[in-house]
Design a protein around this ligand. Structure first.
Ligand code: T5A
Length: 219
């Protein structure tokens, strides 16, 4: 049986990855493919438990190395129990975030040396690399506005910092570093990565994603 394809979505906050992952998974299913739509951190009970710790901010005080180790602990479970078995059964995997997020968030923006992320990646991910990575690019101000609109307001109608998670609440400079790093990754690996303009309408972004999929795979 042919191995499934492994597609990852990457980008900053509010870039529209979750929305587009659902649209793509549905579109692929309509072609008759079996599809696993998943996310990081998450995708298995153990990884979802680690997600709660990370996004609550409880691990922030331990620094970017400890956070990166936790992201890779979640990724190891995700790969072992969900991604690799699916790919082996011919199922296509669409993952909302993967290793490039650690490179950008804990590495470039968080200050963890790239060499350390590379060691963790080699140990956990090994050869299970994405066949295609779509990078959703948009100005961070726009992504954060979308997140703010989506998040519920308090009873007083005001939005407090506590409505935002560990990474959404970082400075704008942090989010600009993220954007730069995702574009740097795309430039360094053009055979794997395609950048889409995530500031467009949902329909236009979906069309760009589908066009990238059709160009890369024989569908
Ligand atoms: N992280 C993750 C690390 O630091 N290291 C790692 O190794 C990994 C794997 C995960 C956090 O963990 C960090 C990164 C993240 O901060 P999360 O909640 O999964 O947390 O965060 P995100 O992946 O950023 O998910 P978001 O839901 O915040 O953003 P999405 O998925 O990019 O955006 P989406 O689709 O939810 O859309 C956001 C809002 O915008 C609207 C949607 O309806 C929604 O309301 N929208 C649009 N509006 C206008 N035009 C469009 N084209 C739109 N597309 C979507």
């Amino acid at each position: 049986m042919a191995r499934g394809k492994f597609i990852t979505f990457e980008g900053g906050e509010g870039a529209g990855k979750s929305t587009q992952a659902a649209t793509l998974a549905e579109r692929l299913r309509r072609t008759g493919l079996s599809v696993l739509q998943t996310r990081e951190p998450g995708g298995t009970p153990r990884a979802e438990a680690i997600r709660e710790v990370l996004l609550s901010g409880k691990a922030k005080r331990f620094g970017p190395l400890a956070e990166a180790v936790l992201f890779y602990a979640a990724r190891e479970s995700h790969l072992e129990l969900a991604i690799r078995p699916a790919l082996e059964q011919g199922t296509w995997v669409v993952s909302d975030r993967f290793s490039d997020s650690t490179r950008a968030y804990q590495g470039a923006a968080g200050g963890l040396p790239r060499s350390i992320v590379d060691v963790l990646d080699a140990a956990v991910v090994g050869s299970t690399r994405p066949d295609l990575t779509i990078i959703f690019d948009l100005p961070p101000e726009l992504g954060l506005q979308r997140v703010a609109r989506r998040n519920p307001q308090g009873a007083d109608g005001e939005r407090s910092a506590s409505d935002l998670d560990r990474f959404e609440s970082m400075t704008i400079a942090f989010h600009r570093d993220l954007r730069d790093e995702f574009l740097t990754i795309a430039k360094a690996e053009p055979q794997r990565c395609v950048v889409v303009d995530a500031s467009l309408s949902m329909q236009m972004v979906a069309d760009e994603v589908w066009s990238a999929i059709r160009k890369r795979f024989d569908l």
